[in-house]
Write a protein that binds this ligand. Structure first.
Ligand code: TNX
Length: 779
């Protein structure tokens, strides 16, 4: 019996040794910088030649108890992914350890990470420094370290490196809108973990908006009893949810209790993340007015809207003292909960019509010598700023707080482009840059027909990567006022956590690098080669990240003399293996490697797919390019399109490419308050029988179908005669709709085609109406 056990034990030992040898072999593969995928990219990294291998006996030496939280991340990962309980010790071990070493010369968020064969040293000068050092170490470990269950036979090794790292900007933020849709505390905490993972340090919580008040205020319980709930109309499009007549069945919503907020703030603190609360004022507060109508000008009862609301006229009254008393009381409770130096007061998009007639507001304007309602808003914000700064905090607000004069100590969050940031920084104010063009994560990130409905604009991950909070035209002094940047995730169209994750990742990775890493040598190509391995880690972390960057898109060009169209296929990743097939050919059997743009001179269907290891992956691109008799022909405009929507310029209407429901997609030409009238020169006598005009309606942003379309033909380019007309009277339309208007006529020869589209010109509420056209198909 004894010998048998001995024999079994011996074979086990041999097996174990063999295994280890195998592992060691795997471990000693030479590593190059290409194998290191840290995001955001460290400032300086030198690669050695060996490895440090974690074992179950690896110890963490953390002399300062305040820094234990930074070590937690690594302990938790090893516990979950390896089922190891790594020990934290107070005496420096002789080998096989990770040590935290204080270095008083380092900046607040800086760290160094030094890996050798026997141990790893992280130097820092604050909790954040150690925390970032640990996050880097985590990214140096195999991606399996992110697993949610133990994985066996992984060699937990990290390459020998020397890293010196610190952030370029102080403010590296993400805003979550928890008003339009409420998200539970657990999701907020998960997001905080993910922010820390990307070395982001600010979570801005948009706690108040028209559609929901999301924070318990003890002194004003109705804010959450009434203001946190609305009627459930989630089955209807956001902009087609009728206002509720009276308070019935207001069950949709939720809010954070003060205990929840304390938990969130404490959780964030342990991950080096500052939580900035935003309490909107004076507008975007219908939820508060529904709870306490006495703080509005009209004092009329309103209900919490379940969807789109524009313009926002039910705002706080800026005349009554009681409004300020209310807001100061609210902010007092908020400041007691959030240690953040910055307190956000919103300040955006106030339609101040009620202020113009309200007796209290008028009196206030007289008393204070204010010339207009913009100055009254400025008075409002300045007054709040005095209150906030008297408590030792700093007021921050959207760039509208510049209008009518900026409060002396205020910081500006620039969202309507970079203009607000330029202006505020030139006046010596600090700014956080969050321009819609690069930082709005509620925008589309891929082709609209394959993406969930988004707010509008097109902000793919590669565009986020181009973001720079310091604008070229800034002086050195202005640049020094740029605290950093932030992404905003407005949640009108985002009801679930899975959808929220989809919009955040991987764009957050791109943003984190633009805010952390030095600007020099930034390259999308190189970054994207690090992004793909990050996807694997996202998968382990269970993040529903968007694969939109893999989607195939087509860029076309028309040759004006040959009238041949070239179609270039691409994804956002350079060097993607794309294969394609034309018309009835099958991609599977006759897929050709795409190496250069495809030329077409007749109606052609292109099917294409991305290939990985010789197998198709992701969505198949399938588009028919309808060649027609006017492709590439000269177009003369009798009324010129707007500068803001020029499409592809003078051959936009005859370039085959159709626009999508995203009016920013670059395929639309548009006229505001004016008709379209143009002539296509077919360059020779051509037999024609129909003309189709492609249009769009999206009444939210004032885009309307034409009310009439007319086609006229000519055989000399001088005299034209009408061949057909379609009338289409205005109708209310809550959806975004694409429509082709086709005019058919008896076959006839023509050299020129004139197309007239009559615009609605004025919207029902009196503003300028847009007319959008993407293509004129002539056959
Ligand atoms: C503008 S950005 C807003 C938000 C909307 C957002 C949609 C800002 C300060 N105000 O209220 O949710 O556009 O993109």
């Amino acid at each position: 019996m004894k010998t048998k056990i001995n024999w079994a034990l011996k074979s086990l030992i041999i097996l174990f040794a063999l295994c280890c040898l195998g592992c060691q072999n795997k471990a000693s593969n030479p590593i190059t910088e290409k194998d290191i995928h840290i995001i955001p990219k460290p400032k300086d990294l030198k690669l050695g030649s060996g490895h440090f291998v974690f074992t179950e006996k690896t110890k963490l030496y953390v002399p300062n108890n305040d820094h234990l939280g930074a070590a937690d991340v690594l302990l938790n990962r090893f516990k979950t992914a390896a089922n190891w309980d790594l020990e934290v010790v107070k005496d420096l071990p002789s080998t096989n350890f990770i040590q935290f070493k204080n270095n008083g010369n380092l900046d607040h968020e800086a760290y160094t990470l030094n890996v050798n064969n026997t141990h790893v040293t992280i130097e820092g000068n604050s909790f954040s420094g150690f925390s970032y050092g640990i996050q880097t170490l985590r990214q140096l470990l195999p991606s399996e370290i992110e697993s949610q269950q133990p994985i066996e036979s992984v060699v937990w090794e990290v390459p020998q490196v020397m890293i010196t790292d610190s952030p370029r900007f102080k403010w590296r933020g993400l805003m979550l809108d928890v008003s339009r849709h409420f998200f539970q505390k657990e999701y907020i905490m998960e997001t905080i973990d993910r922010l820390a993972y990307h070395k982001m340090n600010t979570l801005h919580l948009h706690l108040v908006d028209d559609q929901g008040w999301r924070i318990e205020i003890k002194k004003y319980p109705k804010l959450t009893d009434i203001g946190a709930y609305r009627v459930d109309q989630e089955d209807k499009p956001w902009n087609a949810r009728p206002p509720q007549k009276e308070e019935v069945n207001n069950l949709y919503g939720g809010y954070f209790t003060q205990e929840d907020i304390k938990d969130i703030v404490a959780y964030a603190e342990r991950r080096g993340v500052n939580v900035v609360p935003e309490i909107e004022m004076p507008a975007h507060v219908t939820s508060a007015i529904a709870s306490y109508p006495e703080f509005s000008c009209l004092e009329e009862p309103v209900t919490v809207p379940s969807g789109g609301l524009w313009p926002i006229t039910d705002i706080y009254c800026a005349g009554k003292e009681s409004t300020f008393e209310f807001l100061e009381n609210v902010l007092t409770e908020v400041m007691a909960l959030f240690p953040s130096k910055y307190i956000h007061v919103g300040g955006d998009e106030a339609t101040k019509t009620n202020w113009k007639t309200c007796k209290h507001c008028q009196k206030r304007m007289q008393l204070e010598g204010l010339k207009n309602v913009e100055e009254l808003q400025s008075y409002f914000i300045k007054r709040m700023e005095r209150f906030i700064s008297s408590k030792g905090r700093i007021l921050i607000g959207w760039d509208e707080i510049l209008e009518g004069g900026l409060a002396p100590g205020a910081t500006v969050m620039s969202w309507r482009g970079v203009k607000g940031g330029l202006e505020a920084s030139s006046e010596g104010h600090d700014v956080v840059m969050t321009p819609g063009t690069h930082c709005y994560f509620d925008h589309y990130q891929g082709p609209m027909d394959t993406e969930p409905k988004a707010w509008g604009g097109f902000t793919p991950v590669s565009k986020v990567y181009e973001f720079d909070p310091v604008v070229d035209s800034m002086t050195q002094a202005q640049a020094e006022h740029v605290l950093g940047g932030q992404a905003n995730l407005w949640a009108e169209y985002i009801p679930t956590t899975a959808h929220s994750e989809y919009m955040i990742f991987p764009r957050l990775a791109a943003l984190s690098e633009t805010l952390w890493s030095p600007k020099t040598n930034r390259s999308w190509t190189e970054f994207s080669s690090r992004l793909v391995p990050l996807f694997k880690r996202y998968e382990y972390q269970g993040i529903n990240y968007a694969r939109s960057a893999y989607a195939i898109t087509a860029e076309t060009e028309v040759n004006d003399s040959t009238h041949v169209i070239t179609v270039a296929l691409k994804t956002e990743f350079p060097d993607t293996d794309i294969r394609y097939a034309l018309n009835d050919d099958l991609l599977e059997t006759s897929g050709t490697s795409y190496t250069m743009p495809i030329e077409i001179d007749s109606t052609t269907t292109i099917k294409a797919s991305r290939y990985d290891h010789n197998a198709p992956v992701g969505q198949v691109f399938n588009k028919t390019f309808n060649y027609h008799k006017a492709v590439g022909k000269p177009v003369t405009y009798n009324t010129l399109y707007s500068n803001s929507y020029q499409g592809k310029g003078s051959n936009n209407m005859v370039n085959i490419v159709r626009g999508t429901k995203n009016f920013h997609d670059g395929q639309w030409q548009a006229w505001i308050g004016n008709n379209m009238d143009l002539v296509i020169d077919l360059e020779s006598s051509t037999e024609l029988s129909e003309v189709t005009i492609g249009t769009m309606e999206n009444q939210g942003p004032s885009i309307y179908f034409p009310t009439q379309i007319e086609v006229l033909l000519s055989t000399d380019g001088k005299s034209f005669s009408s061949v057909g007309k379609i009338d289409r009277p205005f109708k209310v339309n809550p959806t975004i709709e694409l429509k082709d208007f086709t005019i058919r006529f008896n076959k006839q020869q023509a050299t020129h085609v004139q197309v007239k589209a009559v615009s609605l010109k004025k919207t029902p509420s009196g503003g300028g109406a847009w007319l959008f056209v993407d293509e004129i198909v002539v056959n």
